[in-house]
Design a protein around this ligand. Structure first.
Ligand code: ADP
Length: 373
């Protein structure tokens, strides 16, 4: 044995033990890592809060983990995917080895069905992942825009057509001054209607384009109510409706004074328009239990049924189109109010009973808290 032999043996043994220790450590670490990634509990924790519907399935389509949204939608029950369309999509992804895609309508927990853009992909270990993104909002937006354009076309065509016909009729009746005067009176009313409609359409598109809080001012709520009441005074007098204002002094809102005045005026004009002679309309303001500023416009007029209350904030929706037209309505007033409220960080709510009256409440953040934002 050479003098180096013990040292060599020691070296080999040491290296061997070292390698064994490193191997054991690596194996432990690998097990820990594997445990952390594959553990269903942790996977569930990761997926849980995701906004999309995500489902991870085993090789045999057993649900391993899901996002909360997927469970809420009801596309997973127990350990299985529910719904033939989703099951077919999963089968297609397994058969083709490609990502399978489809847009699927799901009844969901809400009234409106949820439209999911679904992708299913199969991983190299044959596990599968289903990802469903909620497209309902985008779709509703597109539908609303399409309806809006169709409605605008219809609403504009009516007074434009009438103006043309009335002008022709006035010309044809040139020898009869009374008839000409009557036609011209009607023509003026249609022109006013057209003017109001165009102004409201412009107001709505402006509301969508500009954020009123970017150049916000402090607006005195009492001043707002009295300005709206002044703008309705003539209409109220003509309709024999009494108008009162009771404002808590010192309240301020941060925002666009013009938009806020338009919103309160629209509510007050409606309250007068949808009330019978002798009715009472009250504009009041105060602070809600949660500190929000509340502007209430109440009437004891015709009221709105529960079914219609759900639709009155839609553009061009009217319970009674003839009555709305007769009072100069365009069907856009409440959608403008809703936009103004939302753009100012607030909301508009309605309480109403048919035959008893209505109260519309604009709830807006207190401007004195943050000053102009
Ligand atoms: P319009 O220009 O027709 O008044 P709005 O958007 O302001 O349009 O209102 C939509 C519909 O809601 C109205 O046509 C009317 O049927 C109903 N409505 C609004 N305010 C009242 C109210 N205070 N009382 C009863 N019905 C109302």
């Amino acid at each position: 044995m050479t003098p180096f032999a013990p040292a060599l043996l020691g070296f080999v043994l040491g290296a061997g033990i070292g390698a064994l220790v490193v191997w054991l450590l690596v194996r432990r670490a690998a097990r820990q890592v594997r445990g952390q990634i594959i553990n269903r509990h942790h996977l569930g924790e990761i997926l849980g809060p995701l906004g999309a519907a995500v489902v991870v399935l085993s090789e045999s389509d057993f649900v391993l983990a899901t996002s909360t949204f997927a469970r809420r939608l009801g596309i997973v029950r127990g350990s299985a995917i529910v719904g033939t369309e989703l099951q077919h999509l999963l089968a297609e992804a397994r058969r083709t080895g490609q990502v399978a895609r489809a847009e699927i309508r799901i009844a969901g927990p809400a009234e409106e069905p949820v439209v999911l853009a679904v992708r299913v992909l199969v991983l190299s270990n044959q596990a599968a992942v289903l990802i469903g993104e909620d497209r309902s909002h985008d779709l509703r937006f597109t539908e609303t825009r399409r309806d809006f354009v169709a409605n605008i076309t219809h609403e504009l065509k009516t007074p434009i057509g009438a103006i043309g016909l009335l002008a022709e009729a006035a010309e044809a009746a040139a020898d009869d001054p009374d008839a000409v005067r009557s036609f011209l009176g009607k023509l003026t009313r249609e022109a006013d209607r057209l003017n109001e409609l165009v102004s409201q359409i412009i107001a709505l598109s402006r509301l969508q384009a500009v954020d009123p809080l970017l150049d916000a001012q402090l607006v005195d709520v009492a001043g707002l109510l009295s300005a709206a009441s002044t703008r309705c005074a003539h209409q109220a007098e003509a309709g024999q409706v009494s108008l009162s204002v009771q404002a808590e002094p010192g309240l301020v809102i941060s925002g666009d004074p013009g938009e806020l005045e338009t919103a309160v005026t629209n509510l007050a004009q409606n309250a007068v328009a949808y009330s019978e002679p002798g009715a009472k309309v009250a504009l009041t303001s105060g602070r809600g239990a949660d500190g929000m500023i509340e502007i209430r416009v109440s009437d004891n007029g015709i009221g709105i049924s529960e079914a219609d209350q759900k639709r009155i904030f839609e553009r061009f929706f009217r319970v009674d189109a003839d009555r709305s037209r007769a009072t100069g309505g365009t069907g856009l007033g409440l959608s403008i109010v809703k936009h103004v409220a939302a753009a100012h960080g607030g909301e508009v709510t309605v309480w109403s009973r048919v035959g008893q009256g209505s109260t519309f409440t604009l709830r807006l953040p207190d401007g004195s808290e943050g000053g102009t934002r």
